[in-house]
Design a protein around this ligand. Structure first.
Ligand code: NCD
Length: 322
């Protein structure tokens, strides 16, 4: 599939997931992000694209890089950015979420960036507020800006996404990063393999168009990209792996397993990394192969592109709809 840009732009009001996006829409966001990468490397990083707009970051789950990245992205585009870290409450979640939405809506934000522990919560919230909503991760469902930044990282290194063979390894079951990446990479013509223990690979994952490997050595054979995932212990009820030591032996990326991938295969990880559990420090820090820090850089540019794209659908500042 060809992933060149289209003049169609990004026609949606929200960014709730990768599912349902068409290749030209994804390519448009990546092209826009490419320009922001260059801007972010200049001394003057600021633009007035969102001047006069209010961006509220509403994080019901812990986050370091995603929330910082969205904050920086909004500020570089000139928006007023407010961060609300909402501690997860044990009271009925539906009510709490909708109450929060109503309260925020009354403050007239233009963009709401939301992370929530429940799949579908961000979409529900988008139906209750009057502003644009970006999903910054909902449960094990979607994390669209992570998939976009991963795609941008691959595309800048390789020139294209189509035909790339990507292995996503580890805790696939609990990972919204895996889900959004599988959908995006398939949409853009890449080939995706998922690798993990049977307990951490969802039964229905093949329906998303991937091949499943439980033997990491077989799964890594000849791949272009190795994307490692953290064990999402906080989402596990009970034990999914015998011991962390055994998990590392079977599914941890180290030099010997990496040798099975293509000699120039790139190593990726969305962070936070658990060194010695899913990835060995020697490969994580390999300056020739690891693009983990580059992913963080691409994250800011991708979030600027998403905010910019949604900003183009906001009513213009003198009151008329744009
Ligand atoms: C991921 C997330 O929160 O889904 N992290 C991130 O956004 N950089 C992956 C993870 O928590 O392991």
């Amino acid at each position: 599939m060809n992933d060149t840009a289209s003049p169609a732009g990004y026609p949606h009001r929200h960014l709730l997931g990768i599912e349902g996006l068409h290749p030209p829409e994804i390519a448009y966001l990546l092209d826009l992000a490419d320009a922001y990468v260059e801007q972010n490397r200049q001394i003057d990083k600021k633009r007035a694209v969102l001047r006069g707009r209010t961006q509220v970051n509403l994080f019901f789950e812990a986050s370091t890089r995603t929330s910082t990245s969205f904050e920086l992205a909004g500020k570089r585009l000139g928006a007023d950015v407010i961060n609300m870290a909402v501690a997860r409450s044990s009271v009925q979640k539906g009510e709490t979420l909708l109450d929060t939405a109503m309260t925020l809506n009354a403050m007239h934000p233009d963009v709401l960036v939301v992370r929530h522990g429940d799949s579908g919560a961000v979409q529900l919230l988008s139906q209750k507020v009057g502003c644009a909503v970006i999903n910054a991760g909902d449960g094990a469902h979607e994390h669209p800006t992570q998939a976009l930044l991963d795609a941008l990282t691959i595309r800048r290194r390789r020139g294209h996404l189509d035909g790339q063979v990507v292995a996503i390894c580890g805790d696939i079951l609990h990972s919204r990063v895996a889900r959004s990446n599988i959908i995006l990479l398939n949409t853009m013509g890449a080939e995706v393999r998922v690798i993990g223990p049977p307990t951490l690979v969802p039964a229905a994952v093949e329906a998303l168009g991937v091949t499943v490997h439980h033997d990491m050595r077989k799964g890594l054979n000849g791949v272009d990209i190795v994307m490692m995932l953290r064990l999402q212990i906080e989402r596990m009820q009970g034990s999914y792996v015998p011991s962390l030591r055994e998990y590392f032996q079977l599914y941890g990326l180290d030099q010997s397993k990496l040798e099975l991938a293509k000699p120039d295969a790139l190593i990726m990880h969305p962070g936070p990394m658990n060194r010695g559990v899913e990835i060995d420090s020697l490969v994580a820090d390999d300056i020739n192969r690891s693009v983990i820090r580059e992913q963080v850089e691409m994250g800011v540019a991708v979030r600027m592109a998403c905010l910019d794209a949604l900003g183009r659908h906001l009513p213009n500042l003198n009151g008329a709809a744009s």
